[in-house]
Design a protein around this ligand. Structure first.
Ligand code: GLU
Length: 466
C-alpha cells in the first residue's frame, strides 16, 4: 500500500490571502482531496514583527470563501519553536551542526576580504571543525555542516531535476544567538512532523529547497515530493502586482465572483487537463495531477475568470446559489433579504442566473423582484413612461385580468394587444420593463410577469399608468 497523501498550505500571516497563495492552497487541496489524502494548514508565524492575527483571520476567511477546508487543527509554526530548536540541538549533538562564535564584524571582514581577492563571499566559519577545548565563553549560533563538494539534486515534479553545486551552499544558521530556531529548520521539521508527502508551493521557494534538503539529509528524513509552481504573471507578462488590479482573494469575493468559478479559474492558472476550460470541482479533483502543471508562468486574465464564473453561475443549483448570494450580500454589507424577497429571488434564479458573471450583475437583474411598490423608475426607464406609453399600459391592464397566467397565454395577449395598437411587441416592452422593474434593461417581460404573478403585475402596471 502506498503512503496516504498529505499536503499542506503554509502561508505567512503578513497580509491578505493573495491570489497566488489561494492558487497554491487550491492545488494542494485538489491534490489531497482527489486522492483521499489530507490537506493541512500551517500558519508560518515565526516572524513575530510581521505576523498579525488579522492577517491569519483574513487567510482563514479567504480559504473558507473558496471552500478549501483543511484537516485537523490549524498549526501555528511559532508554537512549535521548542521542537525546531530540539532538532537543531540533536544535529549539534551528532556533529552534523556546530557552534559558530564568529561575530557579525568578523563575518563582514571575511566577506570584504573574499570580495577583494575575487573569492566566493559565502561565509566559511573557522569554527566548523574547531576543537571544543578552544571554544570561547561567548554567544554562538548553531550552523549546519553543509556538504563541501559534489552537488545537490532537487527532484522537482514540475521543474524536473534541479542541480545545485554544493560549493554554493553555506553552513546556514539553524539556531540564532538567542537560541531561537530560524525559519528554514522550522519548515523542514514541521513538514516532517506533519507527515507531509507533497509540497506544492511557489517557485520562489526553489532556492530554499536546496537548503532544506541539507536538513532532511542530516536528519535522515525522507524528502517530500516537491512541486515548485511558476508564479502568476499579469496580462503583460510581468509578475502579478497591484497595478494589474485586485490581488487579494477576498477582493474577488467582494466583487461578487462565485467561489466555484474562482476555483475553476485558479485551477486553470498554471495547470491544464487537455483542452478543458470549464469543469466542476469533482472533475478538478479527479483530474488534478502534478504532470499537468506548466513550467512557464500563467497569466492572470479577468475575462477568462468572468467567463468561467458566468458558466458556473448558470449551472449552479438554485438553492445553493441563493445561499451563496446571501453570504455575498452579508460580506458586501447589503441589507438581509426579507422572506418574500428570498422566495421571489429563488423563483427568479432560473433566469437571472443566466449570463450573470458576478452577484452584483445577478442582483441587478433580480431588481424587479427585490424591489417593492411603488416602483421607482431610474432615469432611463422613466423615459419609457411618457404620456402615450402610460395610456397604452392603462389599456393593456384589462386584457390581463382574466388571461391564464402562463407564458403562452401571456405571449398571445401581449402580441394581439400590440397588433391592435398597430405596433410591435418590442415597442411595448420598454414601458412594461419600466413599469415592472423600474429599469430599461431587465430579464424578459414574460419571465418577470410569471414570477411577480397576476396581482402584483397588474398593481405595478396600474401604478405606472396612473
Ligand atoms: N510561508 C511561505 C510563504 O508564505 C511558504 C513556505 C512553504 O510553502 O514552504 O511563502
Amino acid at each position: 500500500m502506498s503512503t496516504p497523501v498529505v499536503t499542506r498550505f503554509a502561508p505567512s500571516p503578513t497580509g491578505f490571502l493573495h491570489i497566488g497563495g489561494a492558487r497554491t492552497a487550491l492545488f494542494n487541496w485538489l491534490y489531497a482531496r482527489g486522492r483521499g489524502g489530507k490537506f493541512l494548514l500551517r500558519i508560518e508565524d515565526t516572524d513575530r514583527a510581521r505576523s498579525t492575527p488579522e492577517a491569519t483571520q483574513a487567510i482563514l476567511d479567504g480559504l473558507a470563501w473558496l471552500g478549501l477546508d483543511h484537516d485537523g487543527e490549524v498549526i501555528s509554526q511559532f508554537d512549535r519553536a521548542d521542537r525546531h530548536a530540539d532538532v537543531a540541538l540533536a544535529l549539534l549533538a551528532e556533529g552534523k551542526a556546530y557552534k559558530c562564535f564568529s561575530t557579525q564584524d568578523e563575518i563582514a571582514t571575511f566577506r570584504e576580504t573574499a570580495r577583494a581577492e575575487g573569492r566566493s563571499t559565502l561565509f566559511r566559519s573557522p569554527w566548523r571543525d574547531a576543537d571544543p577545548a578552544t571554544f570561547p565563553d561567548m554567544p554562538y549560533v548553531v550552523r549546519i555542516k553543509a556538504p563541501e563538494d559534489g552537488t545537490t539534486v532537487i527532484r522537482d515534479a514540475v521543474q524536473g531535476d534541479v542541480t545545485i553545486r554544493n560549493d554554493q551552499l553555506d553552513d546556514m544558521v539553524l539556531l540564532r544567538g538567542d537560541g531561537t530556531p530560524v525559519y528554514m529548520i522550522a519548515v523542514v521539521v514541521d513538514d516532517h512532523d506533519m507527515g507531509v508527502t507533497h509540497v506544492i508551493r511557489g517557485d520562489d521557494h526553489l532556492n530554499n529547497a536546496a537548503r532544506q534538503m541539507m536538513i532532511y539529509d542530516a536528519m535522515g528524513w525522507d524528502v517530500p515530493t516537491w512541486a515548485h509552481i511558476p508564479l502568476i504573471h499579469g496580462p503583460d507578462g510581468k509578475k502579478l502586482s497591484k497595478r494589474h488590479g485586485a490581488l487579494g482573494a477576498q477582493e474577488y469575493q467582494a466583487m461578487g465572483y462565485p467561489a466555484a468559478g474562482m476555483r475553476n479559474y485558479l485551477a486553470r492558472l498554471g495547470w491544464s487537463h487537455g483542452d478543458d476550460e470549464f469543469f466542476s470541482d469533482a472533475q478538478a479533483r479527479d483530474w488534478f495531477d502534478l504532470d499537468g502543471i506548466g513550467k512557464s508562468p500563467a497569466r492572470f486574465d479577468v475575462k477568462k475568470l468572468e467567463n468561467l464564473c458566468g458558466q458556473h453561475m448558470a449551472l449552479a443549483d438554485d438553492a445553493a446559489l441563493q445561499q451563496e448570494i446571501r453570504e455575498y450580500m452579508g460580506a458586501a454589507g447589503l441589507p438581509k433579504l426579507t422572506e418574500s424577497q428570498s422566495r421571489g429571488l429563488l423563483d427568479a434564479l432560473p433566469f437571472v442566473k443566466e449570463r450573470s458573471k458576478t452577484f452584483p450583475e445577478l442582483l441587478e437583474k433580480a431588481h424587479f423582484i427585490l424591489t417593492s411598490r411603488p416602483i421607482e423608475p431610474d432615469e432611463k426607464a422613466a423615459k419609457s413612461l411618457d404620456l402615450v406609453s402610460r395610456g397604452i399600459l392603462k389599456e393593456l391592464t384589462p386584457h390581463l385580468q382574466s388571461v391564464t397566467w402562463d407564458r403562452d397565454s401571456l405571449e398571445v395577449v401581449l402580441n394581439d394587444f400590440a397588433a391592435a395598437q398597430d405596433t410591435k411587441f418590442g415597442k411595448l416592452a420598454g414601458p412594461l420593463r419600466a413599469a415592472l422593474a423600474g429599469r430599461a434593461v431587465t430579464p424578459s417581460v414574460f419571465d418577470m410577469m410569471l414570477v411577480l404573478g397576476r396581482d402584483e403585475t397588474l398593481a405595478r402596471l396600474e401604478d405606472a399608468a396612473a
